[in-house]
Design a protein around this ligand. Sequence first.
Ligand SMILES: [Zn+2]
Length: 268
Amino acid sequence: MALARLVAAPLEIQYLTSNELGPSDLLALSHVSTYWRAFVLSDKRWAEWFNLITSFSEETFEACLTRFNITDSFSKRKLVYLCLRDSCSVCGEYAQEIFIPHMKRVCEACLPDDKFTVLSLSAALAKYDLRERDLAGILTLAVRHHGTPEALARHLEFKKAEARSTYTAHSTDYRNAVDTRTALADKGNVAAAEAVVLARTGRKIPKAFPVYPPILLPARPVERTMVCFAPQPLMEVGGEVVRDGEDGEKGPGQSSSVSGSTRSSSEA
Ligand SMILES: [Zn+2]
């Protein structure tokens, strides 16, 4: 049926016709116009298809996203589509796993790539001199590209030197002000003691000693995690989505221990 005639058809007919279409055709249809996009988006079957998705370890995709507290971050349409395709977004080979932060299929061979590892926030803060407020609400962390490892090392050395000199100045200032205040208080000069301020900034003496910069803490092994979901194969058959048979062909490198879960490795 020509698309123009389909638009002109009564809504029920449009609906019945679209019911014959599977996810791939629906997605193609959604690219035709804003009208069809809205029409495709309103199809209730996306939620049904999404609910079919389970990992090899029997976890539902929904439960997995809930575990990471990112249920609302990804569209069910995209996830259904991703489960029907099984090629690696990097090399094009078979990929069993979906890398959750990027919502991309990534194969076993491409997964150890730096791009697909997640650092714990505390490790990233210390290692790359990031401030916690810079990272508020961030799901994954991409570290600024510095060209070469040497360039990054130079950058970090510079940041460390800077942090060290600032910390030394702040702590000396703090100690001097506290000593002066204590000396005045010991002499019974309470008003003068309370009036002592930091020499560098002219501000009141803070309650706590200046915080030691995380970047100067000794480097610890960095925990790196790959956060993946391995969906059981789904197929499109006659406009419907079905689970591939239990005895269906499964790709290489399958390992139930990683299905629908995170796994970690350590970097020395
Ligand atoms: Zn690959």
